[in-house]
Write a protein of this length. Structure first.
Length: 288
């Protein structure tokens, strides 16, 4: 039998502490430059599904996490599906967590699957009778499999559903109480929903169990035909910066991530935006 070489970074204790400071989303076009230059970023967040199955991507991530905390952010689990989480997807996520030892792990409060059809999108959960029970079952299954708490992210929505019995903030509060999960608070999503649906972002913020927020996301949106779209393709708006300051005044220091997924700029420009986040956190009372 051939001996399998240890993975890159083996023998070193990974940084798995929860950093109460600014983080940056790491996307594939920047990975090699980040590994070569090691910019001064306190922690990185990656999309979990990009690192399923082994190979060069996970070796690169393993190298990075030896020195820097990593947050795993899922986009495909579909916790709001009426069916239980996909067994293969959940097992791959478990193996990734075991290998990377992430500081945080999160998933969206969304659905993406019906029958034999899968949707490449984060679709809002209709907050109707029966949805809460299914969500609790799915979250319990995931947390039991992973043997750790996950954070649920509020999402952007573009339509309202008839017969809804809870607001998104109320639904998240119930899920926290019934499953012990935490919240990933996306402030850009809150603001996009305010622009499109007339939902007051600050009122929703105040209805959340803020002591259970484990991470914050900020990003930029774009407007198409009069509708704000959560593209993560622009710089953070002034309104979202203001929401961040108001939130941190209520919660105290938390991990805050700058997301950028489309119109991805050169790493140097993105690091400039990251430094702006660092400066704002310092003004908000970051204890560093």
């Amino acid at each position: 039998m051939m001996n399998t070489p240890p993975p890159i970074g083996a023998g070193r204790t990974p940084r798995s502490d929860r950093p109460l400071t600014a983080g940056l989303g790491l996307r594939s076009p920047h990975v090699q430059q980040v590994l070569a230059e090691r910019p001064a970023v306190a922690w990185w967040e990656v999309h979990s599904e990009n690192y399923f199955g082994g190979g060069a991507p996970i070796l690169a991530l393993e190298t990075l996490r030896a020195d820097t905390p990593i947050s795993l952010h899922g986009v495909g689990l579909g916790l709001g599906n009426v069916a239980p989480p996909d067994h293969q997807h959940l097992e791959q996520l478990r193996l990734l967590c075991q290998r990377i030892a992430p500081a945080l792990i999160s998933e969206h409060l969304a659905w993406n699957h019906s029958g034999h059809q899968w949707f490449n999108d984060l679709l809002p959960v209709p907050r109707v009778d029966g949805a809460l029970r299914q969500l609790v079952q799915n979250i319990d299954q995931v947390q039991t499999k992973l043997q750790r708490k996950i954070l649920l992210e509020n999402i952007s929505a573009y339509v309202r559903f008839p017969g809804e019995i809870l607001s998104e903030a109320e639904l998240l509060s119930e899920l926290v109480a019934r499953t012990g999960c935490g919240i990933l608070l996306d402030l850009n999503n809150l603001y996009v929903n305010q622009l499109n649906l007339g939902i007051n972002a600050r009122e929703q913020l105040m209805r959340l169990p803020l002591t259970h927020v484990g991470e914050i996301h900020i990003a930029g949106y774009e407007v198409f035909d009069g509708q704000a779209i959560d593209t993560h393709g622009a710089e953070v708006s002034d309104a979202v910066w203001q929401l961040l300051a108001e939130t941190l005044a209520l919660t105290g220091p938390l991990p805050v991530l700058l997301e950028r997924d489309t119109h991805l700029p050169p790493l140097e420009q993105l690091l400039g935006e990251y430094q702006q986040l660092e400066q704002r956190l310092a003004l908000a009372g970051d204890p560093r």
